[in-house]
Design a protein around this ligand. Structure first.
Ligand code: AP5
Ligand code: MG
Length: 213
């Protein structure tokens, strides 16, 4: 099963993608997590990506597409995957489609997690992320068991550089201009499914499971 998560920054794509990946035993692939891991390790790719991410801009397609295609070619992806944060532009979606078509495959579900901008701005300030394992928390909605520490790996939780209010506004603008056209792109292919992302995390997940089952 090949699943794409669509939705604005902070809509809950990562939160839901992890739950889907666990339940259906699929790899969870987040281009944002891949970039953040590279930034942390100080790789050339990370340094290049950081220039864009810190401003809330998209990393250029040339860089992003290559990373994604290399990742989905790995052995663990042969039964499918959950893509979180890719594609983010029409050209990225076209590259993915073409690569899949060459294998006689296609995307099965594009799940759009819908959350209005006002809710997003509130959510982002409360998010805390583990840069080691990629786990995400929310100070109010999903607090970690021990304050400031990751439940999974015990490392320190941080406010992501791009979760500062000014950058969040830029990310939302970029989303509306460059990423939201993907909703119609996947609707036209007959694989778009929409869920209300303003509900509780478990309710959103139940709605997704109904679609996938
Ligand atoms: P990326 O890491 O993908 O960030 P994003 O799309 O901006 O999305 P987020 O991770 O911020 O939000 P999310 O939807 O995953 O929400 P989450 O589950 O954490 O990308 C970062 C940057 O990398 C981009 O800006 C770009 O520069 C670059 N990049 C990445 N991919 C790229 C690509 N393909 N092309 C070009 N550039 C690329 O939830 C948010 C918060 O809300 C959390 O605190 C969570 O706990 C909480 N929450 C979740 N669900 C609920 C709920 N139902 N109720 C209450 N709170 C909830
Ligand atoms: Mg995410």
């Amino acid at each position: 099963m090949k699943i794409i998560m669509l939705g604005a920054p902070g809509a809950g794509k990562g939160t839901q993608a992890k739950l889907i990946a666990d339940k259906y035993n699929l790899p969870h692939i987040s281009t944002g997590d891949i970039f953040r891991a590279n930034i942390k390790e100080g790789t050339a790719l990370g340094m290049e990506a950081k220039k864009y991410m810190d401003q809330g801009l998209l990393v250029p397609d040339e860089l992003t597409v290559k990373i994604l295609l290399d990742r989905v070619a790995k052995e663990d992806c042969k039964n499918g995957y959950v893509l979180d944060g890719f594609p983010r532009t029409i050209p990225q979606a076209e590259v993915l489609d073409k690569a899949l078509a060459e294998l006689g495959e296609s995307v099965d579900f594009a799940i759009n997690v819908e959350v209005p901008d006002e809710n997003i701005i509130k959510r982002m300030g409360g998010r805390r992320a583990c840069l080691s394992c990629g786990a995400t928390y929310h100070l109010e909605h999903i607090p970690p068991k021990a304050e400031g520490l990751c439940d999974h790996c015990g490392r320190e939780l941080v406010l992501r550089d791009d979760d500062k209010p000014e950058t969040v506004k830029n990310r939302l603008q970029v989303y509306h201009e460059q990423t939201s056209p993907l909703i119609d792109f996947y609707r036209a292919k007959g694989v778009l499914k929409e869920v209300d992302g303003t509900r509780r995390m478990d309710e959103v997940f139940n709605a997704i499971v109904e679609i996938l089952d």
